[in-house]
Design a protein around this ligand. Structure first.
Ligand code: NAD
Ligand code: ISE
Length: 341
């Protein structure tokens, strides 16, 4: 069976996902696209796909069995609620939503539906390097994790669209999610330190240093730099009782030429996580074809949203801000051994 998909939001990542859904992956076809900028949607539409004037019309269409949301974060809540009301599986790019209340509304709707429908675009969980790192930690040979160091550097971000709060409530969500997943833990508190600003970031609060206090006592330090010019550089290392496990340098290919010996840094997230995005969609397609969702859930999106909110409070207060989560609904409980869930 071929899964018939509608894509909402045909900007940078929407186009990249359309490319992988049409040219890389099998078992899927794009039947519909929509964007508030109709021309952009028409331009991105693959052959045979209908361009819809509104996301709501796309979601309701009989041509669409499952939906991929790649619009801006503030638009996600309404589109997610419409997908859930229509009972259609939905892949939603991060952030799930942009406030705790919105996350709870999406969760309530999915709980009322009674089956998981939402997968959130936390693609690092599908990255082979992160999966190997998790396997080492879960294997227990290094003892208990004590500290984690996470580095999240972007060469640049879109001027005007990317605002000063976004290092904390848009970019940090990836580090928060991967820490929760790798360590099988929840974030209990957040501190933020703001060092000297990069002059490249104009009005942005960039860089920032974040401390995630996990419920177990593990501390995760996160460097977020969003205008660092030299490339997209993602690093991760976990210090445990009897050893350390780290992501490898990416890519591992070493180039030697008349300038010396070097490893080339990926330009952006599309290049660094290309296989991870492919894999997250492979797994999504299988689940969506069965009318459900797998992988990062509404619960995970809610947890990451709380971290972003707490980080923004921590900038203002200058102290550790606590996170209080509701009790986890059974729908989101997962067997500890499951790889990406
Ligand atoms: P973008 O600005 O390039 O594209 C967003 C598109 O959504 C635009 O074409 C815009 O017109 C459209 N849009 C906005 N509101 C809409 C609405 N209400 N209905 C329909 N269309 C609407 O942004 P982007 O970089 O493609 O990011 C899109 C989403 O993907 C964001 O949530 C972002 O955080 C996320 N993202 C995730 C990753 C990742 O690594 N997982 C990487 C990049 C972006
Ligand atoms: C972007 O939206 C992403 O999700 C990228 O993975 C992240 O590195 C970047 O900072 C965000 O703007």
């Amino acid at each position: 069976m071929t899964l018939s998909v509608g894509v909402i939001g045909t900007g940078m990542i929407g186009r990249d996902h359309i490319r992988r859904l049409t040219r890389v992956l099998s078992g899927v076809t794009i039947a519909a696209v929509s964007d508030i900028d109709r021309e952009r949607a028409a331009d991105a539409a693959p052959e045979g796909a209908e361009v819809f004037d509104t996301p709501q019309a796309l979601i309701r269409s009989d041509k669409v069995q499952a939906v991929v949301i790649c619009s801006w974060g503030p638009a996600h809540e309404e589109q997610l609620l419409d997908c859930i009301a229509a009972g259609k599986p939905v892949f939603c790019e991060k952030p799930l939503v942009t406030s705790e209340d919105a996350a709870l509304r999406v969760m309530q709707a999915e709980l009322a539906h009674g089956r998981r429908l939402v997968q959130v675009g936390f693609m690092r969980r599908f990255d082979a390097d992160y999966r190997r790192l998790k396997a080492v930690l879960d294997g227990g040979s290094l003892g208990a994790p004590l500290m984690m160091h996470s580095v999240h550097r972007n060469a640049s971000v879109p001027e005007g669209l990317y605002t000063s709060d976004m290092p904390l409530n848009d970019t940090l969500v990836h580090d928060a999610d991967i820490a929760r997943w790798l360590l099988d833990d929840e974030v209990a508190g957040v501190e933020v330190r703001v060092p000297r600003r990069s002059t490249r970031g104009k009005d942005l609060r960039d860089p920032v240093l974040v401390l995630l206090h996990m419920a177990s006592g593990v501390i995760v330090d996160v460097e977020i730099s969003v205008n660092i010019a030299y490339g997209y550089d993602i690093r991760g290392e976990v210090s445990c009782e009897t050893g350390v496990a780290a992501l490898p340098d990416r890519p591992a290919t070493v180039v030697s030429d008349r300038h010396g010996i070097r490893r080339e840094i990926p330009a952006d997230w599309r290049e660094r996580f290309i296989e991870a995005y492919d894999q997250e969609f492979r797994e999504w397609i299988v689940a969506a074809a069965n009318g459900t969702a797998t992988g990062p859930s509404t619960w995970d999106g809610y947890a990451a949203t709380l971290v972003g909110d707490a980080a923004l409070r921590a900038v203002d207060s200058g102290t550790r801000e606590a996170i209080r989560m509701i009790e986890q609904p059974g729908l989101y409980a997962r067997p500890a051994a499951m790889a990406a869930e």
